[in-house]
Design a protein. Structure first.
Ligand code: NAI
Length: 360
């Protein structure tokens, strides 16, 4: 079967909206594709304006996971879940129990781990009820995927800088980081150690102060970072930050960060390409976390006898080469890097085997 881009885009295999009156939990699980294996993708807890906004986020994020997992050469399809946050900073035990029970009803078609608003603690609580929960950090397994994600983003950012600016060395390269959470802060650490000149922002001022102290970064107000001239813009907060307007006005050479769905529309990607701004597609360079979690899942299976360092390392280090391939192809075709990356991912999905990504 030949799946055209349009056929595949937005076509989800399964979308469930769950509500539990007792605990007040409202959650959505979106399974975009299981062609390469069970759908794998984190669980996000966020304050959405309404259930439609939450559903839309789950749909977009799960589709992105299909592309991410395929390009990362891991045998999983794309899925994502979102929990509508109430006023509490963390989900209560009753909500975690309920969510894990719903996961069991999906019988392994969807496997989850942490995302924004959910951490190792929540995953461990749910894992006591459901075998479909990962990112636990037990017995030397991957645990929190964030440091891995940050490292993969770092490699991708360096590859994009090399492509655009022709330098291997990040010393003096100005990087504007938006979002100093689990990934953003680790990324800053790697960038600072490489001599990058950091300007940072977060809606949580304490994190900005921390980055200023730890990395001699310049703090910028959240609404000002997008106007900040820099060599690299690294979005590490939430998605949709590169609108068409932003794409027209960003004063940077490279966009490379961790946030999922950075482009608000495909047209934003075309605008960046037209202006010669190199965009490292998020689902290509932020895959290291899910690669680490994939190993955690696979190592529980029989007949999986690969050493962690080798299996995970090969895929994470593959991010640079994969991105290089995408950037040069996009240059040759004069189109957006995201379009090229999606097409490459689709080919892998169509082949039915994630292994084809390694040779590709
Ligand atoms: P996090 O929740 O630990 O950090 C997000 C940070 O962004 C927080 O410090 C928050 O205050 C800040 N923030 C939110 N809105 C902001 C705004 N408008 N301006 C400035 N700062 C803002 O999340 P985490 O885990 O660091 O993830 C960051 C992004 O990377 C998310 O989009 C996530 O989906 C994506 N991602 C994370 C992975 C992981 O392994 N944690 C894997 C792949 C993608």
């Amino acid at each position: 079967m030949d799946m055209g881009m349009e056929d595949f885009h937005g076509k989800h295999e399964r979308v469930e909206i769950y509500r539990d009156e007792r605990s007040g939990l409202v959650a959505i699980v979106a399974i975009h594709s299981t062609r390469l294996g069970p759908a794998a993708g984190g669980c996000r807890r966020w304050q959405y304006s309404d259930v439609h906004a939450a559903r839309l986020d789950a749909l977009r994020l799960s589709e992105g996971m299909t592309y991410k997992n395929a390009l990362a050469a891991i045998p999983f399809g794309g899925g994502k879940s979102v929990i509508m946050a109430d006023g509490d900073p963390r989900p209560c035990a009753g909500q975690l129990y309920q969510f894990a029970t719903w996961l069991n009803e999906l019988e392994g078609d969807y496997l989850t781990a942490e995302d924004v608003g959910m951490g190792t603690v929540e995953m461990r609580t749910m894992a006591a009820i459901s075998p479909h929960v990962f990112g636990l950090g037990l017995d030397g397994a991957g645990g929190d995927p964030s440091p891995h994600t940050a490292y993969g983003v770092f490699l991708g950012l360096k590859a994009a800088v090399r492509h655009k600016l022709g330098v291997d060395d990040l010393r003096g390269v100005r990087v504007a980081v938006q979002g100093l959470g689990a990934v953003g802060m680790s990324l800053c650490e790697l960038l600072a150690a490489s001599g990058a000149d950091l300007r940072v922002t977060d809606i949580d001022m304490q994190r900005v102060v921390q980055a200023q102290q730890r990395f001699s970064a310049s703090g910028v107000a959240p609404d000002m970072l997008l106007n900040e001239p820099a060599d690299v813009f690294a979005p590490c907060a939430l998605g949709g930050v590169v609108t068409e307007d932003v794409a027209h006005n960003l004063d940077v050479s490279v966009v490379a960060g961790a946030a999922n769905n950075q482009l608000a529309t495909p047209a934003a990607g075309e605008i960046l390409a037209g202006r010669g701004v190199v965009y490292a597609p998020d689902f290509v360079i932020n895959a290291a976390g899910v690669i680490s979690v994939a190993y955690e899942i696979l190592s529980q299976r029989e007949h999986f006898a690969h050493a962690r360092e080798c299996w995970v390392g090969k895929r994470i280090h593959g991010i640079s080469a994969r991105l290089h391939d995408i950037l040069t192809t996009a240059d040759a075709r004069a189109c957006s890097t995201e379009r090229v990356a999606r097409q490459m991912a689709l080919k892998i999905v169509e082949s039915g085997s994630a292994d084809s990504a390694i040779a590709a």
